[in-house]
Write a protein that binds this ligand. Structure first.
Ligand code: PEP
Ligand code: MG
Length: 537
């Protein structure tokens, strides 16, 4: 038995045969004598790749959603990119074989993209590799199509967007990937498909693994190849209990989240874009407690327009049909970087120019968002929440600006519904002055991810500090109790939207503190409702 591990991106246990998705091409530089003919061959391959991507785009849009389809669109653009195409043509003109030229130029450009600081540009390296692989396959006539005859576990170095959408999704039991990040295409797909998966694993990719039995434990982040009888028995048991637990949770669908003693708590969902709405519905969330607006700004080359933002917000608000939608304004900066914001490199980005600090100093960006959000209020029940607050003066400046926007829109004859204004409590400063802040706003939502980072002075992105990052730390519990109490003294509601809200071992504590709302990943809602309904508090 071989045992290894990686970082789990979705929990559960999968058992099945391994399918190695290998990407090796045999490419040699055969000098070509007829340059014109080789250029013509390359241009035909370029056209064929465009056609294939067109088909793939439609399939992705139908089966997965707009966000993934946009990635395919980006790849089509590379087929027109002058640096890329002329680079290849120049190599062919100097006598190189077309496939070899694509390989060399693709590799050089992918390496250049991968070395950039910007996360969006880094991710383009995968797109360049993907498009180059496609061209090479067409040029060499190699059949790269990957078929799964029976359900199994995909083992691969990494998966490109077009590989993921080309896979027969009904047959995938799990992914075990060597590379990837929590935001990689594979991780996104794993969450979309609710299948246990590991990224950043230590697995040695070798075609000899094909057909061997593998177990993926997405709870612990372990995988087992050729498991021994004892491991197999343990994992079968774990899989069975996971299945039973999931089935049991279904009993809580459609119920109100009220404790035995009659305490009510709203169980809302955290989302990043309208594409996530299907999970809000399948998860049975009672509203949206955190719409992370910055996701509408990621993965693009320029700022979204007011109408683009409005359409995204409207879709969410309308789909929720009168249930509350808490929209957080842009929290860009720190780990979420976008090239077109031209943010300078900082020594301490988490303590730097991020969130509300950008909005308050770049009012045009703030105005566009706020206009879009207020316009969406006509379609349901909207609340706006502001991140990274540290002072009363910031809140007053925000409220003034919001009033200005409302006046402006009303002057234009735009229909608006009343909108609650709230703040995230995610800095120790805001927690400590929550008594003063509560007088200014309609609600609080505690961002425990940042509140923990700033209270414990631990960078939440630094994996080396994982063992020190203790969200149950007494300091955090005291802050949480203080924040809820200060909110209630002023008669406003308080929620938690950081990861801690979904920590089932703390539900009773949060109920005792009197939290009115807990906002979690959509797939966590039913488990949390079970906890609330069965609570003795
Ligand atoms: C938080 O900080 O807890 C939070 C919900 O915001 P984000 O994770 O987006 O910073
Ligand atoms: Mg935060």
């Amino acid at each position: 038995m071989i045992k290894g591990n990686g970082r789990p991106v979705y929990e559960g246990v999968a058992i099945g045969r391994i399918y190695v998705l290998s990407k090796e091409h045999e490419i040699t530089n055969t000098k070509c004598s007829d340059i014109e003919k080789e250029l013509e061959r390359f241009h035909q391959a370029q056209e064929k790749a465009k056609e294939e991507l067109g088909v793939l785009y439609d399939k992705t849009l139908r089966e997965i959603g707009e966000e993934q389809a946009a990635i395919i669109e980006v790849q089509s653009l590379f087929l027109e990119d002058l640096d890329y195409i002329e680079g290849i043509e120049d190599m062919i003109k100097s006598g190189s074989d077309a496939a070899f030229s694509v390989h060399e130029i693709g590799d050089a450009q992918a390496t250049a993209f991968a070395s950039l600081d910007d996360e969006y540009m880094k991710a383009r390296a995968t797109d360049i590799r993907d498009i180059s692989d496609r061209l090479i396959r067409i040029l060499t006539g190699a059949d790269q199509s990957f078929r799964m005859d029976e359900p199994g576990i995909i083992v691969s170095e990494d998966l490109t967007p077009s590989e993921t959408v080309s896979l027969d999704k009904d047959k995938i039991l799990a992914f075990v990937i060597r590379q990837g990040s929590s935001n990689s295409h594979t991780a996104i797909l794993a969450r979309v498909m609710n299948i246990p998966s590991l990224i950043r694993t230590d697995i040695d990719i070798d075609s000899a693994l094909n057909g061997r039995t593998m177990i993926v434990d997405g709870f612990e982040g372990n995988y087992y190849i050729d498991p021994d009888d004892e491991t197999m028995a343990q994992m079968l048991e774990k899989k069975k209990s996971a299945g039973e637990y999931k089935a049991e949770l279904e009993k809580f669908r459609g119920f109100e989240s009220v404790t035995k003693k009659g305490q009510h708590v709203s169980l809302f969902a955290n989302i990043g874009s309208p594409d996530d709405l299907k999970y809000v519905i399948s998860g049975d969330a009672e509203g949206i407690g955190l719409l992370r607006s910055e996701f509408l700004y990621l993965g693009r080359d320029d700022f979204p327009t007011e109408d683009e933002l409005f359409e995204a917000y409207r879709k969410v608000v309308e789909t929720m049909g009168g249930k509350k939608v808490v929209i957080r304004t842009l929290d860009i900066g720190a780990d979420k970087k976008v090239d077109y914001f031209n943010l300078a490199a900082e020594e301490n980005p988490a303590l730097g120019y991020r969130g509300i600090r950008i909005c308050l100093t770049q009012r045009d960006i703030f105005r566009t968002q706020l206009r879009a959000i207020y316009r969406s209020s006509a379609y349901g029940k909207v609340a706006i929440m502001f991140p990274m607050i540290i002072s009363v003066s910031e809140v007053r400046a925000i409220k003034e600006f919001c009033a200005e926007i409302v006046k402006e829109l009303e002057g234009e004859g735009v229909c608006l519904n009343p909108v609650e204004l709230g703040i995230m409590i995610e800095t120790p400063a805001a927690a400590l002055i929550s008594d003063l802040l509560a007088k200014e706003v309609d609600f609080f939502s505690v961002g425990t991810n940042d509140l923990t980072q700033y209270t414990l002075a631990i960078d939440r992105q630094n994996e080396k500090l994982d063992s020190f990052y203790d969200p149950h730390h007494e300091a955090i519990m005291r802050f949480l109790a203080l924040i809820a109490s200060n909110a209630h003294k002023e008669g406003i509601w308080a929620g938690i939207c950081g990861e801690l809200a979904g920590d089932l071992s703390l539900t009773d504590e949060f109920l005792k503190m009197g939290y009115d709302e807990l906002s979690v990943a959509p797939s966590r809602v039913l488990a949390l409702r079970k906890n609330v309904i069965e609570s003795e508090v």
